[in-house]
Design a binder for this molecule. Structure first.
Ligand code: NDP
Length: 273
């Protein structure tokens, strides 16, 4: 095992593990606690949950089982669409903290830019930051025009934007916008939900290094300065996905993967909210 443990520095100087575990669709409580516990043992130090995943309680349980110090883990959650608005977001955050059994989060995000409420939602996230209840602020699924509206109102600009990114949806213009505004980008559905794993370009590159297509994709995210949060409940895959520190894609491998882009989403379009 060659565990990847690099960190990315966010705009406020906080360090965030560049590779973490996504926990969307982990719905079986026992399986969820086991998968997260396994992942932490395997070396994961960041967990990406959300109110709507309905597993904040299990995430908290796994954190307590880990025996690690709280400050050794980086925990992200997100405010769901029906909880958006200033006061509602503050209340939703309280509930998330309670379910997780924590007294602060490392990062809290607006899950989707719900028209009419996403700017106020972010203002509440800023307040949580001012009150030191979160170590970093952010948003998810925000396009440049959403970010522009948030940035006009914000005293503390968002430090992270979590968006769908994988080799079929490389999002280069939005990533450039984020870079110009010092907003780190996290890739969700980084493996296109498993849909890209038999892609011949990725398999051929993997064969050169004795690595799987999943590991090649994860390496592509990491070498593109993206934060990446692959999800798996399967122990072998959880290990496989973090076992990526011992090889490096060449520039030509990276370009070949960039060229797989078809601007093809596997999830929803943020414009529909
Ligand atoms: P991923 O791209 O991470 O793919 C997950 C799927 O791939 C699962 O079916 C998993 O199966 C399978 N898989 C994982 N690793 C491997 C492997 N090495 N080999 C073969 N199959 C593998 O999709 P997600 O949609 O889960 O995205 C990751 C995370 O991003 C989420 O869990 C969530 O935290 C976040 N997210 C955020 C969103 C947002 O709106 N902000 C939206 C969607 C996701 P199995 O588990 O059965 O092993």
């Amino acid at each position: 095992m060659s565990v990847y443990n690099e960190k990315i520095m966010l705009a406020n100087g906080i360090e965030m593990p560049q590779l973490g575990l996504g926990v969307y669709k982990m719905t079986n409580p026992e399986e969820t606690v086991e998968a997260i516990t396994y992942a932490i043992k395997a070396g994961y130090r960041a967990i990406d949950t959300a109110t709507v995943y309905e597993n904040e309680k299990e995430t908290g349980e796994a954190i307590r089982h880990s025996g690690l110090q709280r400050e050794d883990l980086f925990i992200t959650s997100k405010v769901w669409n029906t909880d958006q608005g200033y006061d509602q977001t503050l209340r939703a955050f309280e509930t998330s903290l309670e379910k997780l059994g924590l007294d602060y989060l490392d990062l809290y995000l607006t899950h989707w830019p719900v028209k009419e409420s996403y700017v106020e939602t972010y203002r509440a996230i800023e307040r949580l930051y001012d009150e030191k209840l979160i170590r970093a602020t952010g948003v998810s699924n925000h396009h440049a025009h959403h970010l522009e509206k948030v940035l006009v109102k914000a005293n503390t600009p968002p430090m992270v934007n979590q968006i769908e990114v994988h080799p079929r949806l490389t999002q280069e213009p939005l990533r450039t916008f984020c870079k110009e505004h010092n907003i780190a980008v996290t890739s969700w559905s980084p493996l296109a939900r498993g849909g890209l794993l038999s892609e011949p370009t990725l398999q051929n590159i993997g064969n050169k290094y004795g690595k799987t297509a999943a590991q090649v994709i994860i390496r592509w995210h990491l070498q593109s300065d993206l934060i990446v949060i692959p999800k798996s409940v399967t122990p072998e895959r959880i290990s496989e996905n973090i076992n990526v520190a011992d090889f490096e894609l060449t520039l030509s491998d990276k370009h070949a993967i960039d060229a797989l882009n078809l601007n093809e989403r596997s999830g929803s379009n943020p414009e529909d909210f």
